[in-house]
Design a protein around this ligand. Sequence first.
Ligand SMILES: [Zn+2]
Ligand SMILES: [Zn+2]
Length: 149
Amino acid sequence: MSTEKEHARAQCSCGAVSITISAAPRFRALCHCTLCQAFNQDTHGDILVFEAGDVAPHVPGTIAFKRWRPPPNVRRGVCVRCEQPALERFNARPFMNLTMIPTRMVVAPVPEPAAHIFYDKRVADVDDTLPKHEGYWASQWAFRKLLNG
Ligand SMILES: [Zn+2]
Ligand SMILES: [Zn+2]
């Protein structure tokens, strides 16, 4: 029904979650915070950051939003069937409304990662040339700078 142009699609491995994305991500980041580790069940999160308005609503009942530790303004959802991390909705000032989607969900060419954030929480050192931001404030600052850049 939507006349909006499809730029990409986010799909989980079982196919229950399928979301239309109408614009390119603002940036891609690798987040080593403990929440991303827990949510992704991995050493870090590999996320694409979209403006919330560029990500169509998911089909009701396909994503389960679990409770996570603070900050509560991020809602993290997994596929109800395969439990693959599906999306994170971030509705908070001073940020605009954002939707983060795990990079492996997105069926389209994706940008290279721009930076590591919360690198102080890393499980293992990463040998690459990307900027590595450590700690809450430096990571928040880097995130905002990527968003505004
Ligand atoms: Zn994180
Ligand atoms: Zn699934």
